[in-house]
Design a protein around this ligand. Structure first.
Ligand SMILES: Cc1cc2nc3c(=O)[nH]c(=O)nc-3n(C[C@H](O)[C@H](O)[C@H](O)COP(=O)(O)O)c2cc1C
Length: 363
């Protein structure tokens, strides 16, 4: 199945922009949109246990999140909606989320304020009634839109939480981006405090420094998803959208951001139970390491949309099947029966990783 449906054209409506983003993200052969720095997970090693004293059958990967019981510490990160391809993808991702009992995020609902006619693209709660469905909106819109209108829309979608994304790098890389980041903290904090549903704050692939994570949690965010560097890099996506031939943004920003594993390891005890890991999460071992480093759950974006593009719903299902099977194998090999026990496991860290984490703690 191929969801490439549009030509690159001079039309900057939010729907066209989202469709172009999708086209770029799924074409791995043409566009190199992943960060040139790694997440840092590869610098952490498990210690193999040759006598684990655990039966694979008793391994339990389940947990609870936002009042739902979910089958494993994995969620589908916020991605699409608006374009026809995005709608089809949202439906397939929601079906997979319902089948696997894992949370699923929607792409930014900003488009609905300009094009209310595509509301249906975001009404996926009916496909995924038994799992958390996460609506999504940019921080900049917290300053522009009436908070009451945002609340009404999230409730209309029957979403279980709103994810506010912070994406200054992407905005700066867009010719039409909103590059004024003044006066955002206050409306975000006010919204979090007054919203009648849980609010999650996330980046989109460059990480969130420790002091800002603490600040968002103090404001009352249900979770902070650090969405660190090592996976999709939105300044690279934007550079291809504008001019595939010109490497100008790519030279400076291909390695921008705080690597996901380093970001997680830099956070103190006070964040336990409230941090989500995403950005470059590709394998079950990334997920297990993220949980050991203190994340509640780990989010995946790019591999799932590519799996969907390659092989429709079966592509998404097969990807999640491998993640689930390998996570169970890892937990068995480590001799742990559940996620609480996994959180108690130690990893061997290389000295470069430790130094990077220690330096980041001061920020
Ligand atoms: C096609 C696509 C569309 C995305 N759209 C959104 C969005 O609307 N809102 C958002 O917060 N993040 C969006 N993201 C960012 C992801 O949620 C995630 O933070 C980022 O891609 C890093 O994860 P990854 O390395 O697994 O892709 C999008 C990602 C992809 C691949």
């Amino acid at each position: 199945m191929d969801i490439v449906s549009i030509n690159f054209q001079e039309n900057n409506s939010s729907i066209t922009r989202k469709a172009k983003h999708l086209d770029i993200c799924i074409d791995a052969g043409l566009y190199h949109i992943e960060s040139t720095i790694s997440t840092g997970f590869e610098k952490l090693k498990f210690v193999h246990n040759a006598l684990p004293e655990v039966s694979e059958a008793e391994v339990d990967t389940s947990m609870s999140m936002l009042g739902y019981s979910v089958s494993m510490p994995v969620f589908i990160s916020c991605m699409t909606g608006g374009s026809d391809g995005g709608f089809a993808a949202n439906c397939a991702l929601a079906e997979a989320a319902q089948k696997w009992k894992i949370p699923v995020g929607l792409g930014s609902i900003r488009v609905l304020f300009e094009h209310p006619e595509v509301l249906e693209h975001f009404q996926i709660k009916r496909i995924a009634p038994d799992v958390p469905v996460l609506a999504n909106l940019g921080a900049v819109q917290m300053r522009e839109l009436k908070h009451a209108d945002i609340v009404t829309l999230v409730e209309k979608l029957k979403a279980d939480a709103l994810v506010i994304h912070l994406n200054p790098g992407q905005e700066l890389a867009q010719p039409e981006g909103d590059t004024n980041f003044k006066g955002l903290l206050d409306p975000i904090t006010r919204f979090i405090r007054s919203a009648p549903f849980p609010v999650i704050v996330k980046e989109t692939g460059f990480g969130i420094k420790p002091s800002l994570v603490y600040r968002m949690l103090e404001a009352g965010a249900a979770y902070v998803d650090i969405a660190g560097a090592g996976g999709t890099n939105w300044m690279l996506v934007e550079s291809y959208r504008q001019n595939p031939q010109m490497p100008d943004l790519r030279e400076d920003f291909a390695d921008w951001g705080i690597p996901t594993a380093v970001n997680l390891a830099s956070l103190g005890e006070s964040t336990k139970g409230k941090v989500l890991a995403s950005g470059g999460i590709r394998t079950a071992s990334d997920i297990a390491k993220a949980i050991i480093l203190g994340a509640e759950s780990a989010g995946i974006a790019l591999p799932l949309i590519r799996a969907y593009n390659d092989d429709s719903s079966s592509g998404v299902h097969n990807y999640l099947t491998v993640i689930n099977r390998n996570l169970r194998i890892i937990m068995t090999l480590l001799g742990v029966k559940n996620l609480n026990e996994l959180r108690g496991v130690s990893l061997i860290q290389d000295s470069g990783f430790k130094n990077h984490v220690d330096a980041l703690k001061g920020f």
